[in-house]
Design a protein around this ligand. Structure first.
Ligand SMILES: Nc1ncnc2c1ncn2[C@@H]1O[C@H](COP(=O)(O)OP(=O)(O)OP(=O)(O)O)[C@@H](O)[C@H]1O
Length: 810
């Protein structure tokens, strides 16, 4: 830059000292030229093009181009030029030549270094146009790129604005013209033989010179005028130019900065490995996208196929749903049939067991009978022998008697026959009277026994031993021995091997059927109709026959106490209607499972008192009677005994389905809860105005069991059930113990079972406990425990039972 200015910028001082015309011209040329050079160099653009354009466009009017623009070195010396146009031109040309010759520089082709050259034309002076042209050409050719930018103002001025550099041929011709038109002296002195140039020189030199001078003067004046005008408009133009230049410079600087930044970032980006990675990823993503699109297409196809398949499946599903509904209906029928089958199977098993027991008893009876017969045979034979002996003796005696008889006949004939007959009749009458008295006494004895029981308030205990079942151990010798009187029994203690005797209100043989058992409890059931709170419950180890006793199986001879009791109540209620008694009955069924109450009839929504899903709780009513709040109560239709029977059968079925049963090693259908069937009986007598309110509670307790035998300890749910069962049974035992010793506080509230049955166990009601036993030797331990428990219960003395009767008529 510095060298460029040094070489190309005219000396300012020359024009300051010169005429104002040249100063103005110089100012016009210089400023934009300098600025453009500076800017061009920075932008690495061709300064020559820019400067020439700017010089032509902005500073020098077209009219001055020929006159003042040609000599580039017109500021070359300290000489003050005269205001003669011809001399000016000459001087300027000379000056330009001189300066050009001195300042031409170029690149040495071998060393590639910048060198100064003095063209030969300059050293020797111009002799002709060819010299000038050669010099100029060589100068241009020898210039470097920067040097070429220092082309003469002539060339620059000759360049067409916006066209850039001219081709070398065109440039030469234009330059030639310019030089010739502006340098008359050269042409005058020149040795070039061209005829046109010679003519022009001659014209100037001769007569036309003066007139031309005149023209030139005029022209000069005109130009001066124009110059004045121009200088007038110059200031605002310059200001505008400066403004624009400033703006342009700023803009350019900004752009340059931006370009620089962009280049840097571009380079950075290009070198950035991440970009490469990103591109790679992009490529991979594109490929993935392509494959995903393919997959999508295939999936769409698949989806379409699947939709079709789905439609088919839906159609199939609808078909299957219809089939399913059909099957479900059949399944429900099947389920009912299965339940019935199960009941029948149980009934069959129970019947077979009972039959076995009967057979066993028959066998025993037969054996006993055979023994008796053989014994009797022997006795009879002896007796016959004795009789034969006696007969012979008798015959001997008879002969003797015959003789005596013949003698005494004569005496008898003398006695009165009528007296003898009277004596015989008297004796027969006496015998009849004695028999009637005996019957009366027996009745009285029974009545007195009942009265004594009632007065004692004892809980009655019945023992029932079930027969051997097919699954029981092979040894059919039971450790239990029941005496024929039906009130005593013995069990062989496994430890000591000795029989232990027990006495209870009734002991049933294994062969005793359901009917026999129920006959013994029917009086109790009757008490419920008389207005007592009656409770029957079965106690015993698991699988000992509690459910069989209470519930039984089927609707035939194997049905248990509950259905039979209901039947009896219905029958009695019907019978009592002839004596103007009207009864309303209602039934509930619940179970106590894991110390929680569960409504077994909750699925029957006909229960108006039931609130479906409500938690059950034991409460006391206004009359201080226990009741279960929220329990389903089903009214029984007493008008038709067959309908009532059917209704109760349905209730039993529903309850059986809801009961918590599970299979244990001891029992395939083991009750895991205490179930209580409750029947409320309310009667009113129109004639007497008496009203009774009794309750019949029939309770099937869960079986007490040893964890090791039932193997319930291997299952957490079974274990919890067993623990809960054993705990509540032990609470029942504690209650009976407390009652037996007459404790002031009876812990009824310790379990749900005792709390609910409090009214029956406290002496206000009548209680009967069945103790069920298994006949096997393996169960003798549990049987002994049950018998001891029953013995404690039997010793409990309760107060006299209260009859709930009231009269509305006096
Ligand atoms: N007296 C009997 N005559 C005929 N079969 C009986 C008799 N007692 C019980 N059974 C049969 O013995 C099996 C077990 O009886 P059950 O289910 O009544 O015992 P459980 O004491 O109620 O047992 P758990 O406490 O486990 O419920 C049943 O198949 C039942 O039919």
């Amino acid at each position: 830059m510095a060298s460029f200015h040094e070489k190309a910028t005219p000396t300012h001082g020359v024009f300051r000292g010169g005429s104002s015309r040249y100063n103005t011209l110089q100012t016009r040329r210089e400023t934009p030229y300098k600025r453009v050079k500076s800017g061009a160099d920075e932008n690495n653009e061709n300064p020559a093009e820019l400067s020439s354009q700017l010089l032509i466009d902005r500073t020098i009017p077209q009219s001055l181009h020929r006159t003042y623009s040609a000599p580039n070195g017109w500021n070359g010396g300290d000489t003050i030029l005269e205001p003669s146009p011809a001399r000016d031109r000459r001087a300027m040309l000379e000056d330009w030549r001189r300066r050009k010759g001195r300042h031409v520089t170029g690149i040495d082709s071998t060393s590639r270094k910048r060198v100064k050259r003095i063209p030969s034309s300059c050293r020797a002076g111009y002799h002709n146009r060819n010299d000038l042209q050669d010099t100029h050409s060589s100068t241009i050719q020898n210039k470097s790129y920067d040097d070429r930018d220092e082309e003469t103002p002539i060339r620059k001025h000759l360049a067409t604005p916006g066209q850039g550099k001219l081709g070398s041929a065109r440039r030469s011709s234009l330059m030639e013209k310019s030089v010739l038109s502006s340098t008359p002296e050269v042409h005058r002195k020149g040795t070039h033989p061209s005829s046109s140039n010679s003519a022009l020189v001659d014209t100037i030199d001769d007569a036309g010179f003066q007139s031309q001078m005149e023209r030139m003067k005029r022209r000069l004046e005109q130009l001066e005028k124009e110059k004045m005008d121009l200088s007038m408009s110059k200031a605002p133009l310059e200001a505008r130019i400066r403004q624009k230049e400033d703006a342009w410079m700023k803009e350019r600087a900004c752009l340059m900065q931006e370009v620089q930044c962009s280049r840097l970032s571009l380079r950075k980006i290009q070198n950035d490995q991440d970009v490469w990675d990103v591109r790679e990823k992009l490529r991979a993503s594109e490929e993935e996208l392509k494959s995903t699109r393919l997959a999508k297409t295939s999936l769409e196809k698949e989806l379409h196929a699947t939709k079709i398949e789905l439609d088919c499946l839906e159609r199939n599903n609808n078909k299957m749903q219809a089939e399913y509904d059909e099957i479900a209906a059949q399944t429900s029928d099947n389920r009912d049939a299965e339940i019935k089958l199960q009941v029948l199977t149980e009934e069959h098993m129970a019947t077979s067991a009972a039959l076995n027991a009967v057979y066993a008893e028959l066998d025993a009876t037969k054996a006993r009978a055979e023994a008796t017969i053989s014994e009797k045979d022997e006795r009879l034979r002896k007796e016959i022998e004795q009789l034969r002996f006696d007969l012979s003796v008798m015959k001997t005696r008879a002969n003797k008697v015959q003789l005596d008889l013949n003698k005494s006949i004569q005496n008898v004939e003398d006695e009165d026959e009528a007296v003898l007959r009277a004596r015989i009749e008297e004796r027969d009458q006496r015998i009849i009277e004695l028999e009637a008295e005996l019957l009366k006494g027996e009745k009285l004895r029974r009545h007195m026994h009942n009265c004594i029981q009632e007065l004692r308030g004892n809980i009655r205990v019945f023992v029932r031993t079930r027969p051997f079942l097919p699954g029981d151990e092979q040894d059919k010798n039971s450790p239990i021995n029941i005496t024929p009187d039906g009130e005593s029994m013995s069990i062989i203690d496994r430890r000591s091997g000795k029989p232990l005797n027990f006495h209870f209100d009734k002991v049933f043989l294994p062969s005793a059927g359901q009917e026999t058992v129920f006959q013994e409890v029917s009086d109790f059931v009757q008490s419920a109709l008389d207005g007592y709170n009656v409770c029957l419950f079965s106690y015993g180890q698991t699988g000992s026959g509690k459910t069989h006793t209470m519930q039984g199986c089927g609707n035939g001879p194997m049905r248990g106490i509950i259905p039979r009791a209901v039947e009896q109540v219905l029958a009695q209620a019907n019978n009592l209607s002839t004596q103007k008694w009207a009864f309303t009955l209602s039934a509930s069924f619940l179970e106590i499972y894991n110390e929680g109450l569960k409504d077994l009839l909750v699925s029957i929504h006909s229960g108006q008192n039931s609130i479906h899903g409500q938690k059950l709780s034991i409460k006391r009513d206004n009359e201080s009677k226990m009741f279960v709040q929220g329990l389903t109560t089903v009214p029984i239709d007493t008008t038709s005994s067959s309908e009532a029977k059917r209704q109760l059968e349905a209730l039993m079925m529903v309850a059986a389905q809801s009961r918590s049963v599970a299979s244990t090693k001891m029992n395939s259908q083991s009750s895991r809860s205490h179930s209580i069937f409750m029947m409320q009986l309310k009667g009113f007598n129109e004639d007497t105005g008496a009203s009774v309110c009794g309750a019949l509670n029939l309770c099937d307790l869960a079986g007490s069991e040893r964890l090791d035998r039932s193997e319930a300890n291997f299952d957490s749910a079974r274990l919890k059930e067993t623990q809960s069962i054993n705990k509540s049974l032990s609470c029942l035992g504690v209650v009976f113990n407390s009652l037996a010793i007459g404790a002031s506080h009876i812990p009824y509230r310790n379990s749900k079972l005792t709390y609910l049955l409090q009214d029956c166990l406290s002496g206000d009601g009548k209680a009967l406990m069945f103790v069920n036993l298994s006949p096997t030797t393996e169960s003798s331990g549990e049987s002994l425990c049950s018998l001891r428990f029953a013995q404690r219960v039997n010793q409990v003395e309760l107060g006299k039972a209260t009859k709930n009767i009231a009269y509305t008529k006096t």
